[in-house]
Design a protein around this ligand. Structure first.
Ligand code: ADP
Length: 199
């Protein structure tokens, strides 16, 4: 007790802040684990409705725009064609937000550019999120969609994360009978794509 009283106020605040940050990170991790489990065991039902992919992409970008702007990163989205089909909008937003936040995290401040585009191809819609950041090391490609996988040089490449974002995104896309992948052989940055079937 006496020791505690001797502790300077600013140090106390620092400790308290660390505890709060740790408990935030822990509760995000627990939520992600629960989410992943529900999705992979089929206990999470999709709420499939007719939605507009152009609007969903705009929503995802606006929800994350302030983080990109704070880092001086531009997000470009030039799609002007409205397209409607059936999907669970909250879940697709979750995938887009995860891809966008990874793109922001792995891209340098002030000269980062992220683009989001979509095309219709056969009976699928394909959505691409591209960045001009660090890119994905060749040895990581096989594993990035595995649960808990994070690149080995996390400290220099990325300060935080649970390694569940892409595993959850993969579950969501596969539960929609779609497919998600990262493109190989990029000279600059990373490109993630996913496709969803429509009828
Ligand atoms: P987390 O973001 O919590 O680390 P993810 O499952 O979202 O977990 O990502 C797994 C790993 O994939 C990351 O740790 C990183 O190594 C790699 N990765 C994901 N997105 C990108 C990107 N845009 N650029 C480079 N590497 C990426």
């Amino acid at each position: 007790m006496e020791e505690e009283e001797k502790m300077p106020q600013d140090l106390k605040e620092k400790f308290l802040n660390n505890i709060l940050n740790d408990s935030d990170r822990l509760s995000r991790l627990i939520n992600n684990i629960l989410d992943f489990e529900k999705l992979s065991t089929g206990r999470q039902q999709l709420d499939i409705r007719r939605n507009n992919i152009k609007k969903t992409i705009s929503k995802a970008i606006s929800s994350i725009q302030h983080i990109a702007s704070n880092k001086g990163i531009k997000i470009i989205n030039e799609d002007d064609v409205d397209f409607e089909f059936d999907y669970d909008e909250d879940r697709i937003l979750q995938v887009l937000t995860n891809l966008l936040s990874n793109a922001i995290k792995f891209t340098e401040s002030n000269n980062g550019i992220i683009s989001v585009d979509y095309i219709l191809k056969e009976k699928n819609i394909e959505v691409y999120v591209r960045d001009n950041g660090n890119g994905i090391p060749d040895e990581d490609f096989k594993y990035i969609f595995d649960k808990f996988y994070q690149t080995s040089d996390q400290n220099t490449r990325k300060p935080q994360g649970s390694g569940l974002g892409l595993a959850i995104s993969k579950q969501i896309i596969e539960n929609h009978n779609g497919k998600i992948w990262a493109e190989k052989g990029k000279k600059v940055g990373a490109t993630f794509g996913f496709k969803l079937p429509f009828n």
